[in-house]
Each structure stands twice: as structure tokens, then as C-alpha cells.
Design a protein around this ligand. Sequence first.
Ligand code: G3H
Ligand code: 13P
Ligand code: ZN
Length: 311
Amino acid sequence: MALITTKKMFEKALKADYAIGAFNVNNMEIVQGIVAAAVEEQSDLILQASGSAIKYAHSGYLIHMLEAAMEEANIDICLHLDHGADFDICRECIDSGFKSVMIDGSKYPLEKNIEITKKVVDYAHISGAVVEAELGKLAGVEDAVNVSAADATYTDPEEAAEFVYKTGVDSLAVAIGTSHGAYKFKGTPKLDLERLEKIHALIPDTPLVLHGASSVPAELTAQCNEYGGQIPGAQGVPEDMIRAAAAKGVCKVNVDTDIRMAMTAEIRKYFIEHPEGFDPRSYLGAGRDAVTALVSHKIRNVMGSSGSAVK
Ligand code: G3H
Ligand code: 13P
Ligand code: ZN
């Protein structure tokens, strides 16, 4: 069993109009919860770690946890760096065993984004790793990135074609209306699927990536709020929009917020129902099971990747 690139999984997904879930990991329970779901669904799997996740868990721990998971479950996994901020973090991850990295140059002007992406692509390809880049700017807040709605810009299809041609990048994240975090839309959710179609038509062989693709299920928000949370007005991308995007060239769908919500909702419930409890195995175990249930549902009903690991 080995850490693998996304190459083969994307080839299959692109042909058959489904997507692979790329799930963010930060600790052992999240890794175990997601892997159990992928095994249940016999799905190809991408686990991704952001710079902040690496700072929190340390890359050695993350890699060794994935090695243990692969050995126990008898599956291959792609370990991907999410939102690599610069060349150095991409190089460090590749050198320590990651087979896929994202260089996020979306905050730069086009030429500078091309330049740093190309530098990472050249390094990665020599080392047998693949690279995702981003063009256009998603709104939203994560640890390392904070883009206001006014600064967000959608991906220009012609620029996307030029970008892929000039960088040789393996996959491209596009901005079509999604955003990071739990508050994605103020009114009715809307994605620019026509723009996605145009991008896909111009670069049909390039796997596209959807960031900020959590659905923020109403029942998870309600459970968090019922058990003491305060997450009013959270709203995500409706599941049918993710399915539509998967049929238009999107091969990788990034999910972090929903995992956080599932785990938090369950742990909140546990503490309210068991005020006497203080064994981390009890509440983290409950949180882990909630992650498995969420990810199984996504793989089966949203990504459509069930069975992809055996195809
Ligand atoms: O898109 C970013 C992910 O949600 C990672 O967030 O930087 O808080 O780990 P993080
Ligand atoms: P969400 O905040 O919608 O889960 O997006 C996660 C993401 O894009 C990670 O790169
Ligand atoms: Zn992202």
C-alpha cells in the first residue's frame, strides 16, 4: 500500500462524470472516520492537510497515521497539501512523501501565479508528484486566507486555458461562486455552472477542482445550535449543485467545514447528554462515527465515487 498521486483517480472520474472527495484531516479520529467511510464505499480517496493542519499535527504524524490507515484498511490514499502558500512548503511536503500539492497563487496577478505555479510543477514532476493550482479568488475565511466577498473574482475561461498551457499544472481549482467556511450564501445559493462549462470545454482534459464545497447540512447546524452552539444562518452548497459540477469536469471536491460540523455537533450532543463524561475516547469516538456517516453519504450520494477503488 502506498501514498499515490491523483493521476489515475482523476482519469477515471473525468471519463465517468463523478468526483473524488478531498477531505481535510487534522487528527487521528478524523483520519480514521474518513478512511472507514472510503473502505465502506470502496472509493478512491484524497486526504488533504492545510499548512495550519501541518502546524497543528506535524507532517510526520500525518504521514505515519496515513501509513497505518493504509496498512490496516489495505487501500492506497492520495495525501495532498491543501492551499500551499509558497514554493518552500510545497517542496517540503513533496520531500517528506506527499504525492500531491496545491500551490495557491490565486492572490497574485496572472503572470506571478503562472511563474510560481510553474516552479512548483517543475519540482513536483521530477519527484513524481502532481500539482493543483488555483485561478480566480474564492471568498471566505480559513486560518491562512481571508478574502472578502468584494475581493472574490470568478475564473476567466480563456485565462484558465492559458494558465494550464503555460504551467503544465495537473489540475485547476476554479472560482465559480463557492467560498470557504460555513457562511457561503446570504440569499439563494447560486453557482456559475455556465462558466464552469466554458472552462471545461476549453480544457477538457484538465481535472477541475471545487474548493469551498461543503454543503453545511441544516441538520448539523441545528444539532450544533440545539446543544449550545451559536452558528446562526450557516449555509452551504446544495448537494445537487455539486453533482452538476461533477458532470462538468470537476474531479475533486474539497470538504472541510462539513467534517468540522459533524464532529462538533456530535461532541456537543455527547457532553449535554453525558454531563458526567470525561473520557476522550467516548466523545471523540462519537465524533469519529459522525464523520464516517457524513463522508459515506457524500461519497455515495454527492460525489458518486462509490466503487471507484475497484474499477
Ligand atoms: O480551505 C481550507 C481548509 O478549510 C483548511 O482550513 O487552514 O483552518 O486548516 P485551515
Ligand atoms: P469548505 O470550507 O467548504 O469545507 O471548503 C474546504 C476547502 O476548500 C479546503 O481547501
Ligand atoms: Zn480550499
